[in-house]
Write a protein of this length. Sequence first.
Length: 364
Amino acid sequence: MKLTKYQLFWLLFSMELGMTYLLTITPTFKEAKQGAPLAMLLAGLAAIAVTFIAVKLSLLFPEDTFVEFVPKIIGKWLGNTVVFAYLLLWIAHAGIMLREYADFVHLTLFSATPLWVLVLFMVLVIIYAVHGGIHIVGRCSELIGPFLLLSIVVILLFSIPNLRPSRLLPLMPAAGIMPVLKGSASPASFLSESFLIVMLVAFLADKKKAVSSGLWGVGVTGILLLSGIINVLMILDNTVPAKLKYPIYSVIQYISIMEFIQNLDILMVIGAIFSIFVKLCIYLFMASYGTAQLIRIRKWRSMLWIIGVLIFAIAFLPPRSDDSEMIFPLFWQNIAFPIFLFAIPLLLWMIGNVRVRYTRSKQT
């Protein structure tokens, strides 16, 4: 299984875009209000920093996955404990994302379809895709990514007649910088899922391109998200988006060019489904491949159905859609982001650098 630098770029771009667009705009406006664009800019910069740390950490052991090199850095027992915690986190996150996908599709397209049917169908599709290997998912992203990019550009262009530039000012809210920092936490936590690159660099054919592919993937996503939140602000002002479940979906429904070009919200729905598909495939691959490596099973594909069943079960743990779309994002923002996506990788990178330099000095 080998990934090209372009596949890595499109994988990160495709998996980052959909859920971040859907779930982070509302909390950003709730906290930052007028400073929402500035908050999104800070979130993008934070995600780039996390991606840089994750890539540099991976390049210390370029032929190993996260599951393999963590024990080499901090020891077998502690390393395996940390890896096990990450595997649990990835499985739980995939299950909640699956539920969020099903709730969104149920609300926008198939309100009469039982929720379990939507969940089961997606689980079967991602198992089929991942069974071919991560390079197959990479090839899918090379088709899905350009479609997502084109859809977002079309939506942003057709939104121009509805924009009110005067609503952008002032850039900083009256309450100062703190609301902006609080508003940046939610999008930063979702954009920083690019940390999963620690399981992908080992499969990259040209390791030297890992940094550029990773940073470009997150950077382009951040620019599109910033453009989207600016459009939402100029169309809905700074108070209405905080009251809506999916502000970007509502903004798209405003589009009407000569009463001919309308109903572009279908592009948003299809794009979100494609994006979530790529993200779920990556998480399923990481959890299955990583679990197989941890318990030393050579045929990692045998874990796909076990992990798939766990993800399916977790998707139905939240009794209501609000629980998966409000409570879990808070956990991801307040615990997963600062600890699992930033602090632990940074610490591993620092310790790993010392170990690698010490080993090289002994060899010379």
